[in-house]
Design a protein around this ligand. Structure first.
Ligand code: ARG
Length: 494
């Protein structure tokens, strides 16, 4: 009774098959249930089958597997892959996805199924599946990132003339264009594109063929498998290979950093859509209600985007802690990499997808943005710089403008509303030309420094961002995707 209850708790909740390869019939059902990863690693079916097709092709080409057996196994694996695609495959309750595939092949093909695992261990097999997974998902995340950056760039181009305050310490700082704000978000995400490229490169090394830990006496050729699977190289050392999950750490770190970035973007959207800021209005389609307060239009979507970063950071932490202190070689602890690694892609896809949608459903409230500037002193630095351009020492100019701000505050006016007479009474340094810099509609046109909110500078940023995503998309086209690998492997024996 006690262990039956526990079996349910152990996620699988099914009777696990007792194949000899997975521990034999002597294992206690609770041990089988506790040690199973099938509930999670069934998500690696596509990768596992593609990997097996490549392995089988290599075995056949090296003369380790006879043609007839190879053809039978090839047909069986291709059929399984098609069934995965059409979601018609039911997996037997085995310890993991690798044993489930082997059990299915045995059921369908008989004894020949036992030949597939020649010169292979689940230790190198799972490393391959995970590397294929990380390669595939980083490319998908990269494509989604490109789409979001492109959408931000398009939106920025449409919001060039809209002014709002920027913030340091969450206090109004300097006027910026909405285009500049959106380009800042896109720039942050463009760095994540680069990071996911790094992750891809780290995962792009073929582990199969090192066996359980020390290689094999059989005359395999790892380079064939590498080429069939489109990897850039093969892993250097088997003992290292079976214990290595660095590609998983890099991947979960990249996802954490991406979701940290999106959480920061989300906070701006949450804040800016409050009545206190009032810069953004949310379409009803993305504004959630309250079950009690009839007047509410809540930014739940952005709060959830922010909240999901916790899971991403949790995945990275879980993997770091799981791997810390493990002895060299493979250890079963590593199976606990499955949840953090496999949960990462859905998390990233979900956040990027909803942000893409939500971006099209938020609207800047132009008059509220401008009002926040008009009642304030965000042009103060520009005024001081105008004095510097006329030869005043910056610190002197800084103090003069500081005095002008204090005077404006006494009068209950914004900096834009101060007239020349008042300004000159504060300090004769102020001229009409200097005060011109307080006119908000022209404020940005005086900025020309690279990376600034000046209109030409922002245009350059947007052009650069568009070129960055364009190049990324071109790079992705050259990457082997799982479906393409399968298509090629379908013909690999002919
Ligand atoms: N289910 C295991 C995992 O995913 C497969 C490797 C098991 N290796 C072993 N020697 N028991 O990590």
């Amino acid at each position: 009774m006690a262990w039956q209850t526990l079996v349910e708790v152990c996620y699988i909740g099914e009777v696990i098959a007792k194949t000899a390869a997975a521990g034999g019939s002597t294992l206690h059902p609770l041990v089988l249930s506790f040690s199973s990863s099938l509930g999670l690693d069934r998500a690696l079916l596509g990768e596992d089958l593609v990997g097996s097709l490549a392995h089988l092709t290599m075995l056949a080409r090296c003369g380790i597997l006879d043609r007839a057996s190879a053809a039978e196994l090839h047909g069986g694996l291709c059929a399984l892959y098609e069934e995965v695609q059409s979601s018609t495959l039911t997996l037997p309750a085995e310890e993991d996805v690798h044993m489930a595939v082997e059990a299915l092949l045995a059921e369908r093909l008989g004894d020949v199924a036992g030949r597939l695992h020649t010169a292979r261990s689940r230790n190198d097999q799972v490393a391959l599946d995970l590397r294929l997974h990380v390669r595939e998902q980083t490319t998908r995340i990269g494509l989604q990132l490109c789409a979001l950056i492109d959408a931000l760039v398009a939106r920025a181009s449409a919001e060039r003339d809209l002014l709002l305050p920027s913030y340091t310490h969450r206090q109004r700082a300097q006027p910026i264009s909405a285009a500049y704000l959106l380009a800042a978000y896109a720039s942050m995400l463009a760095r994540d594109l680069e990071l996911f490229d790094f992750v891809y490169a780290g995962a792009d090394c073929m582990p199969l063929g090192v066996g359980a830990i020390a290689g094999t006496t059989l005359p395999i050729d790892r380079r064939i498998t590498q080429e069939l699977l489109g990897f850039a190289g093969v892993t250097r050392n088997g003992l290292d290979t079976v214990g290595d999950r660095d590609f998983g750490l890099d991947y979960t770190y990249a996802a954490s950093r991406l979701l940290l970035h999106t959480s920061r973007i989300a906070t701006d959207f949450v804040d800016f859509s409050t009545s206190e800021f009032g810069f953004l209005a949310l379409d009803d389609e993305i504004a959630c209600g309250s079950s009690m307060m009839p007047q509410k239009k809540n930014p739940d979507v952005f709060e959830l985007v922010r909240g999901k970063s916790g899971q991403a950071i949790g995945n990275l932490t879980a993997l770091l802690v799981t791997l810390k202190g493990l002895p060299s070689g493979y250890n079963r602890d590593q199976q606990e990499d499955r949840a953090p690694i496999l949960q990462t892609a859905p998390l990233c896809h979900g956040v990027l997808e909803i942000l893409q949608l939500a971006l099209g459903k938020v609207h800047f409230r132009r008059e509220r943005c401008l009002a926040a500037l008009e009642r304030d002193y965000t042009q103060a630095t520009d005024l001081a710089e105008a004095l510097v351009q006329k030869g005043t020492v910056f610190r002197v100019a800084y103090q003069a403008v500081g005095a002008l701000v204090r005077r404006a505050q006494e009068l209950g006016l914004g900096l834009a509303q101060i007239d020349l007479e008042v300004a000159q009474a504060v300090d004769p340094l102020f001229t009409a030309e200097v005060l011109e810099r307080a006119v908000l509609t022209r404020a940005l046109s005086y900025k020309h420094s690279e990376g600034s909110t000046g209109p030409e500078a922002v245009d350059a940023q947007l052009r650069d961002l568009a070129a960055t995503t364009q190049k990324a998309k071109e790079r992705y086209q050259a990457r082997p995707r799982l479906a393409d690998l399968f298509a090629a492997l379908q013909k690999s024996l002919s």
